[in-house]
Design a protein around this ligand. Structure first.
Ligand code: GDP
Length: 324
């Protein structure tokens, strides 16, 4: 852990790259960085495929960022993870391997790598501390993505040990918020429930389909809180150990469905589709390491859902009523 005498890393006046700026997390990081008085760089997707080593190498050599947030990745919910394993493992390993090695070779920037709470064993004791890594087998539905994310943590650690790079890793819990993916085949549970519940209210349907038994528990972090935590860590954390980012609180999927229904004003019921997978029974993060450094989440789940739903109404449904 950093000591109180460790100098903070300065963002002000620096060239800061956000890799993955078009995704939900990258968008939130870019917007959070706007108050940091730094120069924000983004990689044009048409020019640079992060899976291509030469393109990454050349872009970093030409643009020389001094800090890098690595938020790019092939991501998705339980169905996408389960049905597109090759993309999830290949894309994510290639992106982190290329960016980590090219940052070391071309610009020696400080780098913050974004992982996921799915790195932890399926049946890890709850809440899951950072030490739970490698203490058991992975959840089968997202083991491909998890393995890529674990490789990213280890790459950062290896480059720190062998070459002295200032590379750190943060493991966020399940995320939601503006700019989420609302494609039901690829989405996570929050955008899926928002889209399905909104459609049910609009059509006057009596119930909404919820995948699985409704019993798994998930911890949900509003993406703007995550962006704030990442900027905090970039400035104040410089250790080999990865660090959890979450709220420390979780809800069952059934409770989440009810909360989404309240936010949207849907008064019908829920059909639990038990042919669909539940995934991990629970994945609550122990966030005491991050709290001890001085950061805690502040957006309450219901408030975050209201903001996510307002974004959905403004941007996905083509304008609608998010006020009730
Ligand atoms: P996970 O945390 O990797 O399992 O990712 P998800 O956010 O995709 O799923 C979380 C939980 O929500 C799982 O138990 C899903 O079965 C459940 N769930 C319920 N309805 C849905 C839905 O419509 N879409 C998704 N993606 N998950 C759902």
């Amino acid at each position: 852990m950093p000591s109180s005498t460790e100098p903070p890393f300065r963002l002000e006046g620096r060239r800061v790259l956000v890799a993955g700026h078009r995704g939900m997390v990258g968008t939130a990081i870019v917007s959070r960085l706007e108050s940091e008085n730094c120069t924000i760089l983004t990689v044009p997707h048409a020019e640079v495929d992060l899976r291509n080593q030469t393109q990454v190498e050349d872009w970093l050599a030409a643009n020389k960022p001094e800090a890098v947030f690595l938020a790019a990745g092939t991501v998705g919910g339980i169905h996408a993870n389960d049905t597109r394993p090759a993309e999830f493992i290949y894309d994510n390993i290639m992106m982190v391997a290329n960016v980590v090695s090219s940052v070391w070779r071309q610009c020696q920037a400080k780098l913050l790598y974004l992982g996921s709470s799915c790195i932890y064993p399926r049946l890890a004791p709850q809440p899951m501390t950072e030490e739970a890594l490698f203490s058991g087998g992975l959840e089968p539905t997202n083991q491909w993505y998890a393995l890529a994310k674990i490789s990213g943590i280890k790459l950062c650690q290896a480059y720190r040990r062998q070459y002295g790079c200032d590379f750190i890793s943060a493991m966020p819990t399940n995320l939601y918020g503006p700019h989420d993916n609302y494609d039901l085949k690829a989405s996570h549970v929050v955008p899926a429930l928002i889209a399905k519940t909104h459609a049910a209210r609009e059509s006057g349907a009596k119930s909404v389909e919820v995948w699985g038994t409704g019993k798994p528990k998930r911890e949900l972090l509003y993406v703007e809180d995550l962006a704030d935590a990442l900027v905090f860590l970039m400035k104040s954390y410089s250790q080999e150990d990865h660090i959890n980012v979450g709220t420390g609180v979780d809800v069952t999927i059934a409770e989440l469905a009810s909360l989404v229904a309240r936010v949207i004003g849907f008064e019908g019921g829920f059909d639990f589709v038990t042919e669909k997978p539940d995934g991990a029974p629970r994945k609550l993060l122990d966030v005491s390491r991050l709290s001890a450094l001085g950061w805690t989440a502040h957006t309450d789940l219901e408030e975050g859902l209201r903001r996510a739903y307002a974004w959905y109404c403004d941007n996905v449904t083509g304008g609608g009523d998010a006020s009730d």
